[in-house]
Write a protein that binds this ligand. Structure first.
Ligand SMILES: [Fe+2]
Length: 410
């Protein structure tokens, strides 16, 4: 067991995360969680004369398709010019004046950089953007993971810069994307503006945190992102997708996960049908956490760990406890292959990670006998998957790697 260095980044406020909105905003005003001001040097804004109100964002980038979406201030006829060179060459348009513009581009070439720009009522929006389609086959993949970010703090922007520097193929968010209530007016200052120069090129996939569902059970966030909808109820409350040789599964740990529930039965069928070499699950509430603030979610542990064990899930990412903690491989709570730390060969269990240092104030981390590493720090994870080998690095603002482990499958 090892615990990390003491964090130098921010002290936790007194009291619980379950603060009232007034208390939360008071903390923000005193910079405990960072000022969320339009004047902040940390806080990007749209150009005053822009016709855009939000975006653009990309979503669900695959080998041959991808979504480009944005919001305009006023109803306009929107179109997107795109192509595999800065000359664009193709254009998708909808002849209807509206404010929400969503274009599902099809027939793209795998492993190709696509350039795009927006047009609103025929006027070219000044910035050019780009995204990369997924490479064909089981190509190497890099993805980033973060959680509990949505407060518009300087720390959130620092973590975002780490992700930007790493140029991942996609980003996984472990929830609490938008504090405090997941309300419509909180989406832009806490998500779309801080990540504006990430989401225009890299698809984000999130699960729902407890704060995200405080407004209309998460409808504002779910309606603003364009994530997969292959769940049992056709929503993106929980879903799965493949990228490279990884099967990703997002769960809604705010909802019922009990055996026999809609989500449980869907997860069981989804894991049984998965064919990728690697399986990664992300859900907000951690089945294994030793932070004093929340700790392990015993309901999630009791309901879902048996499925993770049965279907050989490799990694489970969670949020909620605002720090970092990594377990050794475990089956039913018992460590397996622990002596191989930190480079595991065919581990017979699942590694559980709490990654919730994406920008909100931190909680002191803890450790148990199964803990490989924990630290109270702002951070993101970078996961590199290359055929039989998967490597995870924990990166803090400034670029230092404070934890690293690997899994090799023979
Ligand atoms: Fe949470």
């Amino acid at each position: 067991m090892a615990t990390g260095m003491k964090s130098t980044a921010g002290a936790p406020p007194a009291g619980s995360i379950e603060l009232g909105r007034r208390q939360f905003l008071a903390l923000a005003a005193t910079s405990v969680i960072g000022a969320c001001s339009r004047d902040s040097v940390y806080h990007p804004t749209l150009a005053p004369n822009s016709l855009l109100a939000r975006g653009p964002q990309v979503a669900q980038i695959s080998q041959t398709a991808g979504i480009v979406a944005w919001r305009s201030k006023d109803p306009v006829v929107g179109s997107v010019e795109y192509g595999d060179s800065p000359a664009y060459g193709q254009e998708a348009a909808v002849a209807l004046a509206q404010t929400e513009h969503v274009f599902a581009l099809q027939g793209l070439t795998p492993g190709t950089r696509y350039h795009y720009r927006l047009k609103l009522d025929g006027q070219v929006e000044s910035e050019g953007h780009h995204f990369d389609t997924a490479a064909a086959g089981a190509a190497p993949l890099r993805f980033a993971v973060l959680g509990d970010s949505g407060v518009c703090s300087p720390d959130q922007m620092e973590v975002a810069q780490s992700i930007r520097n790493a140029t991942p193929d996609l980003v996984i968010h472990t929830g609490d994307v938008v504090y405090y209530f997941g309300a419509p007016d909180e989406l832009d200052p806490n998500y779309f503006l801080p990540y504006r120069t990430l989401i225009d090129r890299i698809p984000f996939y999130s699960c729902l945190g407890n704060h995200d569902v405080l407004t209309s059970n998460g409808a504002p966030l779910l309606g603003a992102l364009y994530m997969p909808t292959n769940s049992a109820d056709g929503s993106s409350r929980f879903y799965s997708f493949d990228r490279g040789d990884v099967h990703f599964v997002a769960l809604d740990s705010n909802q019922d996960t009990a055996p026999g529930s809609l989500q449980y039965l869907w997860l069981q069928a989804d894991l049984a049908a998965a064919t990728a070499r690697w399986t990664v699950v992300f859900a907000h509430h951690p089945p294994y956490s030793n932070a004093a603030e929340h700790g392990s979610d015993m309901t999630v542990r009791a309901n879902l760990v048996p499925l993770f064990d049965a279907y050989g899930v490799d990694l489970v990412f969670s949020g909620h406890d605002h720090n970092y903690e990594r377990s050794l491989p475990m089956v039913n709570g018992n460590v397996v292959n622990g002596f191989e730390e930190p480079d595991f060969m065919d581990p017979a269990g699942t590694i559980y990670l709490v990654t919730a240092g994406g920008g909100n104030f931190l909680y002191p981390s803890g450790a148990d006998t199964y803990t490989a590493f924990s630290d109270m720090c702002f951070h993101c994870l970078l996961v590199d998957v290359n055929a039989f080998r998967l490597t995870v690095e924990t990166v803090v603002p400034g670029g230092a790697v404070i934890d690293r482990f690997s899994i090799t499958k023979s």
